[in-house]
Design a protein around this ligand. Sequence first.
Ligand code: CP
Length: 312
Amino acid sequence: MAHGAEESGWKNRDVIDILGFTKNELLDLFEETDKFVEQGSDFGEPLRHKIVATAFFEPSTRTRLSFSSAALRLGAKVIDLSAEVSSLMKGESFADTIRMLEAYSDLIVVRHPSEGAALFASEISSKPVVNGGDGSQHHPTQAMLDVYTVNKLKGGVDGLTYALVGDIKYARTATSFLYALTKFNPRRVYAVCPEALRPRAEVLKRLEGLGLRVELGLELEDIIGELDVVYATRIQKERFPDQSEYEKVKGSYRLARTVMEKAKRECIILHPLPRVEELPYELDSTPHAAYFKQAAWGVPLRMALLKLILGG
Ligand code: CP
């Protein structure tokens, strides 16, 4: 705990949104993550008496499996609620389902399509609840991972120029990343997207209140040369209230190789994944591609988080 945060502040803590964490707490988390990255294997099973529950009411590969992998690597057991074969199908409420997970486990990771679902679960459960994504709102552990990746690959988060590219309106990863940047001092932050996918007015207002100005209305080609980090997101088809609105922006942007060729060699591309057409496979072999490293670090970062919350 080198940055001043008390370790006890993590114990049994809910993780609902990234704004609830201080910069020092994030740096402490990164330091703990680094230890697991360096250690590589044989972690001594510090959580061998713990049970982690994963309850995902929306599809997931990375968040669900990296939490499971992190728990198992620390010696914890994992139970998984598969919504489609659970008593939810018989009409059981979300609240009662959380009460059962509270009784059966020591920590609940929940993903839900409704904004506020994780907060609601945390109000019901006496056991810590980790938000694995709620609607278009928050994805705090992804934001922790994204900032960790920047910190690790760029040697810091401050003083860099960032462009978020794609769906900044519905992608909770993009919103959470912007919220995370309010804890640091970026040089400039751009949102490059069609007008229909700009950050929501209430999000921009909140960011502004927290001292982060997001510059809108520019083309990637015009700013690519000054960027240190490109954060790309998929257009979140499933979140559009009106599919005809999705059709209007579908395929409206793509991180073209010809554009990335004009970037600084050290400019990194992050993407929370999954990707569809916005991030061409041909970029995978360029020095800019950092997204698979980013996804892989999801395990040590979530190990550090579980250990801080459940360990001690
Ligand atoms: N980044 C992310 O949340 O991926 P999954 O939807 O696969 O969990």
